[in-house]
Design a protein around this ligand. Sequence first.
Ligand code: PMP
Length: 367
Amino acid sequence: MANELSLLNNIRPEIRAMSAYHVPDATGFIKLDAMENPYGLPDDLKAQLAQRLADVALNRYPVPTYDALARRLRDYAQIPDAFGLMLGNGSDELIHLLSMAISKKGEKVTILAPSPSFVMYRMSALLNHVNYVEVDLRQTERDFQLDVPAMVAAIALHRPALVYLPFPNNPTGGEFARADMLAVIEAARQVGALAVVDEAYQPFANHTWMGELATFDNLLVMRTVSKLGLAGVRLGYMAGRADLMDELNKVRPPYNINVLTEAAVGFVLEHAHVLESQAAQIRATRAVLFDGLSRLKNVTPFQSHANFICARFEDGDATFEALKARGILVKNMGKAHPMLHNCLRLSVGTAEENHALLTALAATGLP
Ligand code: PMP
């Protein structure tokens, strides 16, 4: 009989060296740690959705082309028919599938991304034997921006297959300057690299790159319905040049979107204005939260175009614990990157939750 050690030895060493993606138990907390929309669907829509889901044939596999859902997404996100579309089980899955598609046996293939940015880019590279190069952002007075000369130099040096540009960025929250984005997309194009603009936070942003697909043939635009208010249903989508998307779609598991997700997203997109007005509400309360944070002593909030605010505190760890003791769960980013020392990531909640957060911060008694 095999012993325990030899069984574990079957798992790749780099996976054994990894720590699992940790999601804390939020039961009983005001949950401001995961960039979720704090508002649910209105009761009348919930009832209609229940009916729609009840009518779904759970005994049948999905139709792998997902034509009806793709049509709705194209209309909603204004993706011209000339471009290809790929659906993922969350954009997390799309990120993994991209790494899988570019990974080449016996050849060094590189993904390049700014840092700090979304952790899944690195994870997907590691799991697919893809080299991962990070280029530090530069901190400005108000936010974090691309270091364009460093990005362009790194692209020329490493000749990546793919460059990620999260817009707005997680965990810093801001949009990168348009001219800087253009410079990096162009630098990527010059070495034949795909430039993936990750618009996970698009509902809260000022600008989208979807309309610029025709301008850059190396541009892919990735979105998700998660931050809009459907994080639980798991649907991401990505648009780009049709021939590229045809190839990428080959690595997608044929039934990766389940029939309930398909039906739920289809239904909610028929009522997209409800989620859009919630997003508008979140943008408005973000401004109130930002203002409240700015008024607190020794707190520096960074400009946000997302549904969260990254803020630096005098003592991030102590503030995180003090908030937790008061029943508020946020995300401690202090150890994620030296640039995020003492930083917490605060999701924008309801007006009441934001008020509770500001009150708790004022009451922590920390300097
Ligand atoms: N991209 C970015 C920048 C994110 O912050 C996230 C989620 N935190 C995702 C992609 C993944 O989103 P999902 O898998 O929920 O679609």
